[in-house]
Design a protein. Structure first.
Length: 245
């Protein structure tokens, strides 16, 4: 009975740890990720087997104001991030073209974590966001961008992060007074890697951008480690009893 209990405790601890880390490399399909699709039927987004960084990639070729790679269905990415003490988001990006009126330009790549359940002020969602890299075709080859949230329980916005959910009279976005950084992280309904920086607007731009190896790696709460140690302790005690017998 003690051995069975120990295995159950360990299984729960490992399950909590594995749920804290996830990767999409597109070898098993899109797994909930969606790219920008055209309104006029020209260009679009989908899996490309020729461009992957060690696997297929998800590629967008389009003329549009901006592009986004979003996920609102995969619970590995859409969840309560305050269940972990810290979390790191990563993505591999291949920028083959960003052109505005036939001139090469760059665009910021933003990570935005959106909460649709608590929207107000006439806006579609509340979010927190930060710039994680630059789409620049002149760099060539795959680039890895990442950002770490060191404290998911933070009330105020960490350095480099912005908020969305309310706007000043000139359209500048900010996090509503009744929301905090942690309250948004607790109810993430959609994760987006996007060139649409809140508060900024661009004209029609030609994009050819692929993404791969999208990851989220969270550090479990101390309780998970305590559970694992308890399970190991029970296994050790059971083994000692069996040896003594």
């Amino acid at each position: 009975m003690k051995m069975k209990q120990a295995y159950m405790v360990l299984a729960m601890a490992f399950a909590a740890g594995s749920a804290a880390a996830a990767t999409t490399d597109f070898s098993s399909g899109a797994q909930g990720w969606e790219g920008t699709q055209p309104a006029n039927g020209v260009g679009g987004s989908g899996i490309d087997t020729s461009l992957g960084n060690d696997a297929p990639a998800y590629r967008t070729i389009i003329n549009n104001f901006g592009i986004s790679f979003t996920n609102s269905t995969n619970t590995d990415f859409v969840r309560d991030y305050t269940a972990s003490s810290s979390v790191t988001f990563g993505i591999d990006v291949l920028t083959q073209q960003v052109r505005f009126f036939n001139s090469d330009v760059t665009r910021d790549l933003v990570l935005e974590l959106r909460d649709y359940d608590n929207a107000s002020n006439g806006l579609p969602y509340t979010s927190v966001w930060t710039r994680i890299g630059t789409l620049d075709a002149s760099v060539g080859g795959w680039q890895h961008f990442s950002v770490t949230i060191d404290d998911t329980s933070a009330i105020g916005l960490p350095s480099g992060w912005g908020g969305y959910g309310a706007e000043t009279s000139d359209g500048t976005p900010y996090l509503p007074e009744d929301r905090t950084f942690a309250s948004v992280l607790a109810g993430v309904d959609e994760i987006a890697f996007t060139t649409y920086t809140p508060g900024f607007a661009y004209g029609f731009t030609d994009f050819d951008v692929a993404v791969d190896n999208i990851t989220v790696s969270a550090v479990p709460e101390p309780g998970t480690y305590a559970m694992m140690l308890a399970g190991l302790g029970l296994l050790g005690a059971a083994a000692r009893r069996r040896k003594a017998a």
